[in-house]
Design a protein around this ligand. Sequence first.
Ligand code: C2E
Ligand code: MG
Ligand code: MG
Length: 369
Amino acid sequence: TLGHTAGDRLLQLAAERIRSALRAGDTCARLGGDEFTVLLAPLEQPEQAETVAQKLLDLLRQPFELERERVFVGASIGITLFPDDGREAGDLMKHADQAMYQAKALGRNRFCYFTATLQQQAQRHLALTQDLREALPRRELQLHYQPVVRLVNAQVVKLEALLRWPHPQHGQVPPQEFVPLAEQSGLIHPLGDWVFERATRDMIELSQRLGRLLPVNINKSPRQFLAGQTELRWPRWLEGLGLPAEAVTIEITEGRPEVVARIHALAQAGFRLSLDDFGTGYSAMAYLKRFPIREIKIDRSFVRDMTVDLADRAIVEAIVVMAHRLGLEVVAEGVETEAQAALLRAVGCDYAQGWLFGRPQALAELEAH
Ligand code: C2E
Ligand code: MG
Ligand code: MG
């Protein structure tokens, strides 16, 4: 619409951007019209193609400055893998083309795989990631709250905020599926801020309803510490609400050396720190020494079998003893039966959380205890 000269200039600028995302050995060619082909060779892992594709999308989404105009174009990308999807150049081109049309059909500014297996999973993740981008502005995300009770009298002492995403087409998408997608795409930062702000505002509302302040536990992904420092704004936000930082516990699962300072900063700002999923892969004993942790949450997997498995029972008991010797509080996660609760009481566990005491619920459904 702006004439041939502008069109040619746009193609050149686009080509430069594409090239800037590639390594020296990669190939980029314009096959005709507005279509480019990129050859990534060699690929160590197929997932690298995805990283490059995302980079290209991000680059091409930025406006182009032509002589008199500023234009937005965007891109749709089809990915095909040699030799899985074809050994001949012709087949690969055809499959990449089909995948590209799929990308266009799904709404542009995205990439699609040709491979049937990869395609299905990646497609869903991709679609969900794109949808997640819209979920915040569309107010689709919700927080549910699960009570944490004192084991001796089942009194609710605080709540854990848990994200919920009722997807308009797919129904409830579990946080275990979309939180990792948010982490990979960087969406975890706005999302994490939203969780923090929503949860603390909800606390105010709830305290007015109950006549007492119920502290809240908020989950923070390790990835949230790796970039962005929005939590530096959190103390001021709390001040604005008139909430003490003490009333907010941040649950962490991991503390790689590069985020140590950030986690300490949270503690210095007055937040309580909780070590979530304790006893599983990431939640290591060393963190107890490295961070000013105030509470440990025993992972559900130990609680689940402790009534039948002596080893699990011993582990739970040992965690409780250790925590108390360190001056920490202990929360048992995923308590579903009275038998589990009784055993936890017997080993001196302080708090519990689980379906026996209450499922995660929307704020409006929380009853006054
Ligand atoms: P988590 O922090 O360990 O949360 C506890 C999970 O156990 C929740 O799953 C909760 O619904 C579930 N649960 C609680 N009681 C029971 C029980 O008695 N039985 C069983 N089977 N499950 C129980 P949910 O809500 O699906 O969340 C899964 C994970 O997603 C959370 O594990 C947390 O790691 C992550 N997540 C949830 N919300 C957020 C969030 O706001 N931010 C971040 N970064 N991660 C979140
Ligand atoms: Mg948690
Ligand atoms: Mg947990």
